[in-house]
Design a protein around this ligand. Structure first.
Ligand code: ADP
Length: 608
């Protein structure tokens, strides 16, 4: 599991591999120069303590020093030698820092670009997931995955790829140098690493589960925020501010106490590793001092350098030992991201390969049944919409009308039976091809935060000219109010179309459909009553929209049902009556009852 996750992550790193190579190479060079700057202290200290400049025991370190600074060490002129060594030291540190900077910038680029790619990939994938995915997941949870989980996963790239490599490079170079100075002392120093990692294992397990819960809690918090902001009208009208505040504070506190709990566990690793580190230092001091003073097997200056390097080594070692803790958090996020990326998209699920370019004869439902879970929502639905027909669906709320129309563009697929378009099972038609024939005007008119023009030409498969957009707007009775807006067609519509009235929004939605001009139309008529004038304008626009199209409409208006070719009365997912308006009224059955409840209060031109 962990390995598979890594492989997926690496696929995001691959396009930036040159940057990674640069980061690694520069950190290696920086670490080497860093180690070298320490060795340079040996001749310096020796000069200071009036000892021979280079260690007497030989070894590769002395040879290295002899070949690099040997020429500048003049035994007869100690001050000059000191000055030379200092200059060398300064130069080395300068170049080292240049490489540290290069390593830093290239790893910063690496992690930001990887995060960006990941965020884009999650969003791209998300858009292509089937509708069912979105009804299962809360919006806040989705937002949290796209934005904060990708950000958290960045730590995995930072911690495990860049930091770990940099610190490992430092540790390796230091350890080599330390071995050069004294292998005995180095072996003792090396005991610290396994001790630290082993002692931290139980902590890591707890961190992993803890962080996963934490990510879910952060998603919960965003859900509450998103729900209350988008439903602010409802919140205010019900005076539910206090209730929502309680909900948010509840989620927020749960999140922060989770964070504190995790921090408490994560911070234990620091004192533990430091204590162990100090223990090792004490041992080295003891053994080293004996080597210098009793056995003279080590120069004082070399021991000093050894000690300071060991102390400095603790920083990257500590960093390395904390990486697993950081990684736990990032792994929890990465899992949430890959959960989205692994979900099958509509395209992947699409078994259809046929292309359709036009609609010629009929849409036919043949014994279609459907259930979301176990309960059947639609049972044995059969009807035919010939080209040019208007099929009106009526029935009480929850009868299955929206579910039925969702089957046509294959938002969901029937659990039994089939739907044919010009004789072809729609499952055999490529999804994109099928949807290009279908227009949807829904009750919940979404207006995007963009200009009027772009709202009308939303998501068009081709670009439309101003005259075409205007013609659509005119036909939708929208041109009039659009020209009265401050910047006409260029006026930016506010968040969720707040600046338009309900009727205006409906007319924009109708203009959108008129522009694309799909042969098949799914219409979900708005239930909310408009004032008479607005209602007349919308009705006119709807009539123009229906002209020459094959329509399946969830009907709420009298004029729609009156002119429908066939009315299907749905109850609990079954068609219980069917026929034209006048025939159904004459039957005095379910339709008659519905009619008296739903349509009666409208102006009634037909005597009952
Ligand atoms: P209508 O449009 O006639 O009001 P719907 O098609 O929306 O009816 O709903 C029909 C039934 O399916 C209802 O019982 C509803 O609770 C259920 N339902 C609708 N959407 C879902 C969904 N995404 N998951 C599970 N059940 C659903």
């Amino acid at each position: 599991m962990r390995l598979a996750l890594y492989r997926r992550l690496l696929s995001f790193v691959r396009p930036h591999r040159w940057r990674m190579v640069l980061a690694i190479a520069s950190s290696l060079i920086a670490a080497t120069l860093d180690g070298y700057s320490f060795i340079l202290l040996i001749p310096f200290l020796n000069r200071l303590f009036d000892q021979p400049s280079l260690p007497a025991q030989g070894g590769w370190l002395s040879r290295l020093l002899a070949s690099t600074v040997g020429a500048y060490l003049d035994p007869s002129n100690p001050m000059r030698s000191l000055q030379n060594v200092i200059l060398m030291l300064f130069g080395t540190v300068l170049v080292k820092n240049l490489f540290t900077w290069i390593a830093g910038t290239s790893s910063a680029q690496l992690q930001e670009y990887v995060t960006r790619d990941m965020r884009d990939a999650v969003y791209r994938h998300l858009q292509r997931l089937p509708l069912a995915y979105f009804t299962r997941m809360k919006v806040g949870q989705i937002i949290s995955r796209v934005l904060s989980d990708t950000e958290q996963t960045k730590a995995l790239v930072t911690a495990l790829i860049t930091q770990a490599l940099q610190q490992t490079a430092t540790v390796v170079v230091y350890v080599i140098v330390l071995f050069g100075i004294s292998w005995k002392l180095t072996l003792i120093a090396l005991c610290v690493a396994p001790m630290v990692t082993l002692s931290l294992q139980p902590l890591l397990k707890r961190l992993r589960t803890g962080y996963r819960n934490l990510r879910n809690e952060s998603g919960e918090m965003m859900s509450v925020l998103q729900e209350s902001v988008s439903g602010i009208r409802l919140v205010k009208s019900f005076g539910a501010e206090g209730y929502e505040e309680g909900r948010f504070i509840g989620a927020s506190h749960k999140f922060s106490s989770g964070l504190v709990r995790m921090a408490r566990i994560a911070l234990v690793s620091q004192p533990v590793s430091e204590t162990l580190g100090t223990l090792v230092t004490v041992v080295i001091l003891w053994v080293g001092a004996r080597q210098v003073l009793l056995y003279h097997s080590l120069q004082g200056a070399a021991f000093l350098v050894f000690l300071s390097m060991v102390l400095r080594l603790l920083i990257p070692v500590k960093g390395l030992s904390q990486i697993p803790a950081t990684a736990q958090n990032a792994f929890a996020s990465a899992e949430r991201i890959f959960e989205i990326l692994h979900a099958e998209t509509e395209i992947e699920r699409d078994r259809g390969s046929r292309e359709v370019h036009a609609f010629q004869r009929a849409v036919v439902f043949e014994n279609v049944s459907f259930s979301y879970e176990t309960e059947p929502v639609l049972s044995d639905i059969s009807f035919t919409a010939q080209k040019g027909d208007v099929i009106a669906l009526v029935g009480s709320s929850g009868a299955g009308k929206s579910t039925l129309v969702d089957l046509i563009p294959r938002f969901y697929e029937p659990t039994a039976g089939r739907i044919r378009l010009d004789g072809v099972d729609i499952r055999e038609i490529r999804l994109g091809s099928l949807r290009s024939l279908i227009g949807i005007v829904s009750q919940e008119t979404v207006i995007f935060n963009d200009s009027v023009r772009n709202n009308i030409a939303y998501g068009s498969r081709r670009s439309y000219g101003q005259d075409e957009i205007e013609a659509a707007a005119r036909a939708a009775n929208a041109h009039g109010f659009i020209t009265e807006l401050p910047q006409g067609y260029d006026t930016a519509l506010g968040e969720r179309g707040a600046r338009l009235s309900g009727g205006q929004r409906q007319r924009i939605a109708i203009a959108r459909a008129l522009l694309v001009d799909p042969p098949i139309l799914i219409l979900d008529e708005a239930t909310s009553a408009l004032d008479t004038e607005s209602e007349r304008l919308v009705q006119e626009a709807v009539d123009r929209l229906l002209e020459g199209r094959t329509v399946v409409v969830i009907a709420h208006r009298l004029s729609t049902v009156m002119h429908a070719s066939e009315i299907l009365v749905l109850e609990r997912g079954r068609i219980i009556e069917r026929g034209t308006h006048s025939r159904l009224l004459a039957q005095r059955g379910a339709y008659h009852r519905l009619y008296s409840l739903q349509f009666r209060d409208e102006e009634d031109p037909v005597p009952v």
